[in-house]
Design a protein around this ligand. Structure first.
Ligand SMILES: [Zn+2]
Length: 486
């Protein structure tokens, strides 16, 4: 099964996607190129030139300290050797881990890179999501603060792990809470298929997992629109990505065994995922309830000074929970009951602020996390109250709302089938490090409290329904489908 929109197609790709309804014609897509090729590494100097860089410029190469191999040899040494042989003068900016032993996208890392850039630097990121985001956002901040032209910036993607590489946004930890900040696109993306095939398998399957978010995020985005809290919904992302479940199942064996064709296909899907969000001007198309659950798991790990699990695999497992929650909600929700007791759906600001403060005291006794969450949540709660008429209208039109949400979601069995076919983790206990069931429960029940965007999770929080029952049902279903052997 081939992609309807192939990001390796150059100008023809750009022309084709510009005709999809919802494409932001005024902005367009400023990336100059995306390549998905065998031995693209050997042409890296040419790609830098294509991005507008010149060998006479200083070339900052942002990397972390993770050892990486390509075709039996050190990848980073190969990158630097290729560049030097082509007449470039690479200067490495090394990102060093924090006390958890990992590099995270935070302003400590971003400022450290930014301090080593000048308006005449060309920039190359060699790494996966975090390295790309740190480099990207450092270049963005430099330009915001000093003006002048944007630095030529190329991403050399070292793993098919996360849909970050083609994004013009950056997820940054602020007070331990992940926030999506406006950032910039790279000028070019280089996917060397040999590099991607040699990346750790757990990163490759995480890339599949990150995209499974679509199984409930499209519905969350539409729901927020139907309830009057978000006016950005379009079908651009769905059209661009195509039928993800069918594409994954048709190519699962090639992805699992990391063939060049499998690596190219997954890299292209990941690139499309980043573009789907950037061109929709929001992460909403591929980040709903499942991503906020994952963000709370990250928050719990951060506060416990524990490394983060693979983002995409954590998201995939959260997707099993949230698609199970959708299925239950769409089966059991009774709009008539809600209409009869509508006031029960509108908790006061005082109630919710107290709830956030007491909930997050468990993670952070300074109150900084709760304050960061409340600042964002407050906006959503105000809108929810202000848009009461939209909720009432949706309740009165429930069969249509229910049918639309059904059409936009997939069942957890489908997600689990894909995870199984690519040999990805299927239960939370398979993650490294694994969160406890209690931590997953906390994340599921409190995820809506950390972000201003509405998802199904908010209906579970606002409503008077039994939250423990919703959690147990989602957990049991996710554990069940994750454990199925076929
Ligand atoms: Zn993600």
């Amino acid at each position: 099964m081939t992609l309807t929109y192939d990001p390796g197609g150059g100008e023809a790709f750009k022309a084709a996607i510009s005709r999809i309804p919802g494409f932001p014609a005024a902005e367009g897509l400023p990336m100059r190129f995306m390549v998905f090729e065998s031995n693209a590494l050997l042409r890296l100097g040419g790609y830098l030139a294509q991005a507008g860089a010149q060998p006479s410029q200083p070339l900052a190469v942002v990397m972390d300290e993770t050892p990486m191999r390509r075709a039996g040899a050190d990848l980073k040494a190969q990158v630097l050797a290729v560049l030097r042989a082509a007449g470039w003068q690479p200067q490495v900016i090394a990102l060093t881990p924090d006390t958890t032993g990992q590099v995270h996208t935070d302003f400590g890392q971003i400022r450290q890179v930014q301090a080593q850039l000048t308006p005449t630097t060309a920039l190359l990121a060699v790494g996966s999501g975090t390295v790309t985001d740190v480099a990207k956002h450092a270049a963005y901040c430099l330009q915001q603060e000093q003006g002048g032209p944007a630095l030529p910036f190329v991403v050399y993607q070292t793993a098919n792990s996360v849909s970050a590489y083609t994004s013009n946004m950056a997820p940054v930890f602020v007070e331990g809470v992940k926030r999506t900040l406006p950032s910039r696109y790279p000028d070019g993306l280089v996917c060397d298929l040999e590099t991607l095939a040699d990346a750790p398998p757990e990163m490759t399957v995480a890339g599949v997992g990150d995209l499974l978010a679509a199984f409930n995020s499209y519905a969350d985005w539409w729901l927020a629109g139907r309830l009057g809290l978000d006016h950005t919904y379009t079908e651009f992302a769905q059209t661009l990505m195509g039928p993800l479940d069918e594409i994954f199942l048709a190519n699962a064996e090639a992805i699992r065994t990391r063939t060049p064709a499998g690596m190219a296909l997954l890299a292209k899907l990941i690139a499309l995922g980043g573009l789907a969000m950037s061109l929709s001007r929001a992460t909403a198309p591929l980040s709903g309830f499942e991503h906020v659950v994952s963000h709370v798991l990250d928050l719990e790990a951060e506060q416990a000074r524990r490394p983060l699990a693979q983002h995409g695999s954590q998201v995939a497992l959260a997707t099993l929970l949230t698609t199970a929650a959708y299925d239950r909600f769409l089966t059991t929700f009774r709009p008539g009951d809600a209409l009869e007791d509508l006031n029960a759906w509108y908790p006061s600001a005082e109630t919710m602020q107290a709830r956030i403060e007491s909930a997050f005291a468990y993670l952070d006794e300074t109150g900084a996390v709760a304050a960061e969450c409340w600042a964002d949540y407050q906006l959503k709660l105000e809108q929810w109250h202000a848009q009461r008429a939209a909720f009432t209208a949706a309740l009165l039109d429930w069969p249509a709302v229910q049918a639309r949400l059904r059409a936009l979601t997939q069942r957890p069995e489908r997600a689990a089938q894909i995870l199984r076919a690519v040999d990805a983790p299927r239960r939370f206990q398979d993650l490294t490090p694994a969160p406890s069931e209690a931590e997953v429960r906390f994340a599921f029940l409190h995820a809506p409290l950390i972000r201003k965007r509405l998802t199904l999770g908010d209906l579970l929080v606002f409503g008077p329904g039994d939250k423990e029952a919703a959690w147990h049902s989602a957990w049991d279903r996710a554990q069940w489908v994750g454990g199925l052997e076929k």
